[in-house]
Design a binder for this molecule. Structure first.
Ligand SMILES: Cc1cc2nc3c(=O)[nH]c(=O)nc-3n(C[C@H](O)[C@H](O)[C@H](O)COP(=O)(O)O)c2cc1C
Length: 241
């Protein structure tokens, strides 16, 4: 199983997205998958200009000369695409959305009816990828992921990909806080690793495993007070009023 993971966190390997993504990919690698991680921030991918050359003038090829050509080549070979992103303004990080917009060369311009719905079929030779969402958010509640999950599920239906599930870590800064106090949330990290293993061995991830990734780390009021203390300290440190 070839897994291509996009990490859209601008904080790259220091971010909470990486905290969750890394054990997930390790678990998959231990179970025999080959892994490649692409840091969205390291890529130069310009926004789609809607010139539609990739459909009509140079089919399958975008006219823009940037890193997306290599990403498309990797995507054509991948069995699994992992979209890893923090929640930003109730959705995915913009760099990842730009990459997704530039995946248009992977679908045909003509449409078909799939389960009674108009869709663009994937280009020939493209495997039907499994798609996993990995996300973290700063606020405490699970419903902060609702718009992003709905978006990624819709992308799967349109791309003809198979939505496997989502590793969702709310109040993600609680992970950093627990680490700082020498009590890392090992049960969460173990669940991420187990999710990676299940993906490779079973082709799916159990709902119980995903629930363990999202387990409450601390009560809402404790997290709220801790977060506000941290904000006040940062304001004082940087001289903000
Ligand atoms: C521009 C911006 C927008 C954000 N929007 C949300 C949001 O809508 N909901 C939320 O729960 N957290 C939001 N957050 C918090 C991030 O999801 C959180 O800090 C997360 O840990 C960032 O992931 P990272 O550490 O991997 O970069 C936002 C953070 C930034 C910088």
């Amino acid at each position: 199983m070839r897994i291509l993971a996009f990490n859209a966190s601008p904080r790259k390997a220091s971010g909470n997205t990486h905290r969750i993504l890394s054990p997930f990919l390790e678990g998959a690698a231990e179970a025999g998958a080959s892994i490649e991680t692409v840091m969205a921030r390291d890529l130069t991918v310009k926004p789609c200009t809607a010139c539609m050359s990739c459909w009509f003038r140079t089919p399958g090829q975008c006219v823009q000369d940037d890193d997306m050509a290599e990403v498309l080549a990797k995507l054509r070979r991948a069995d699994v695409m992992v979209l890893a992103t923090p929640v930003y303004v109730d959705g995915m990080v913009g760099t990842l959305k730009v990459i997704l917009d530039r995946m248009i060369p992977l679908i045909h311009p003509e449409m078909e009816l799939r389960d009674g719905h108009m869709r663009h079929p994937p280009v020939e030779g493209r495997t039907r990828p499994k798609i996993v969402l990995v996300s973290v958010c700063g606020l405490h509640e699970m419903d902060n992921f609702d718009p992003l999950v709905a978006h990624v599920q819709a992308i799967c239906r349109n791309m003809g990909g198979e939505y496997v599930g989502a590793l969702l870590r709310p109040h993600a800064h609680g992970m950093e806080a627990l680490e700082k106090f020498g009590m890392p949330a090992t049960h969460v990290l173990d669940a991420c690793r187990e999710a990676g293993r299940e993906l490779v061995v079973d082709g799916t991830i159990r709902a119980e495993t995903l629930a363990r990734v999202s387990e409450t780390l601390m009560p809402l009021d404790m997290y709220l007070n801790g977060a506000n203390d941290a904000m006040r300290q940062l304001k004082a440190k940087h001289g903000a009023a």
